[in-house]
Design a protein around this ligand. Sequence first.
Ligand code: ZN
Length: 202
Amino acid sequence: MTEQEGVIKYRLDFEPGPPPGEDLEHLKVCRAILHGLDMIGQHPDRYDGYGYGNLSQRTEDGLFVISASQSGHLETLEQRHFTQVLEADIAANRLRARGVLPPSSEALTHAMIYRLDPAIACVLHEHRLWRYGLNAGLPRTAATVAYGTPQMARAVEQGFRSGQLSGKRILFMAGHEDGVIAFGDSISSALGVLLHHWVASR
Ligand SMILES: [Zn+2]
């Protein structure tokens, strides 16, 4: 099953405004590493030229801050390339956000992960380790489940409650070509999960 990267599938209430006030320095370093490893990026011959991969951190203000839509080509991100997500209604497929640029098209998937456990502080979505993960038998959601849907929310919740997903802290979405999500109780722990599997995949 293939699908269009970069196309926002949820209803977005976007309030143009200032960049987030949150300290995002660690997240920016993490983003530069993921871009350097081609886990986040943009190529003319992939996904019709749309960018891929994104990342977020939980915030005091609102829910979380996420990289902006179509920022994949940038080597490093600045404060204005992050957008504050204020509210997410997964069942209604609605999201409210504020910033300079609209949030990533996969922001609702991030919202669903944060909802699983208040200890989750960072969510990383990358596009490099997918084939390795599916071949290695790591936690996955079914090919019939598309990302950003209520079915995906339920599938992820089941995996988390069963302990399989919460232990591994990484998820391979068979229904979202190349889609991998890792999370952790800090930016460095979420990044560590991806780097561990990146080494194992080589
Ligand atoms: Zn993706």
